[in-house]
Ligand binder design. Sequence first.
Ligand SMILES: NC(=O)c1ccc[n+]([C@@H]2O[C@H](COP(=O)([O-])OP(=O)(O)OC[C@H]3O[C@@H](n4cnc5c(N)ncnc54)[C@H](OP(=O)(O)O)[C@@H]3O)[C@@H](O)[C@H]2O)c1
Length: 317
Amino acid sequence: MEYRRLGRTNLDVSLLGLGSGGPSQLGQKSGVSESDIHALVDTALGLGVNLIDTAAAYGESEAILGRALKGTPRDRYVLCTKSGPTVREGTETRPRTESELAESLDQSLARLQTDVIDVFQIHAVTPETYGHTRDVLVPELLRQRDRGTIRFIGITEAFASDHERVVLQRALADGVWDTILVGYNLLTPGPEDDVLPLARDKDVGVLVMCAVRRKIARQSDLEALVAVLKRDGLIAPDALPDDAPVDWLLHDGIERVTDAAYAYVAANPLVHSVLTGTADAEHLRQNVDAVLGPSLPEKDRARLKAIFAPTGRKLGD
Ligand SMILES: NC(=O)c1ccc[n+]([C@@H]2O[C@H](COP(=O)([O-])OP(=O)(O)OC[C@H]3O[C@@H](n4cnc5c(N)ncnc54)[C@H](OP(=O)(O)O)[C@@H]3O)[C@@H](O)[C@H]2O)c1
């Protein structure tokens, strides 16, 4: 495993981190048994993965991880969890209060069977909820940090919206955050030109999500996405083949589109850890090999960027 310094947190984190949300939620969405999830977590630790990302909103993920990690020395892994900036009441959504944030943190600590969260993140912050997050929730996070229940504070963006990364750019300008979690993948090169250099300049830790997600993991979904982009005039009709549109990336040791996708983000030195949301131990091994394996040649990266950057969209959800 390769380890990178997570910005000013000074934590050394594995280049591949284990996510417990996304389409899989550790396999909770597809009926993977709890004992198989424990085995997956053991496999991840055995492969040198030391960063684990979860959230109060990921079904039973926190509680399952709490049980899976029981017995593993706490200093062997960096635990990241999250709480949202709003709460739902019936059909309405309203801002989360400071005391509700403190309560959410207490519940996460209990479910994760620990007394400290390494990186506590505010989850999927939108341009509309950013002001409340910074002005009301951050002061509570700083109090919790002083109390010792959290070590560092982070912010995550809403991948499916906020195509211009307004929230993360504001967050990086504000300077209060220790880490960001950004959606970045081979169809979404935009962070290379805004958020990633800004984070480097501020020495903020960079976690990446949605490196593969659904559309890149499944050829038929990727073909359908490319067809829509062509139909809508977002990419030229001859920019990519209709069938197997990015299989031209598969050469010189890169065997699968998922390998290319994890290799693409991991090769960027401004990224510190790439989360993988897999529930499959074989996929996990492939993904570790991919982040440690051959990089995409510069000419392939440049071709991807020339095709997808002009769309100005986050793609791959
Ligand atoms: N706003 C936020 O804060 C936010 C949003 C999204 C995600 N996240 C975090 O980021 C983590 C990563 O995001 P993500 O879950 O979307 O990650 P991802 O790794 O990009 O996508 C996960 C999907 O890709 C599939 N996959 C992974 N490796 C594969 C392989 N080698 N071959 C075939 N399919 C493969 C998985 O299926 P299999 O299970 O079959 O492998 C799963 O369906 C999440 O788990 C969560 O912790 C945070």
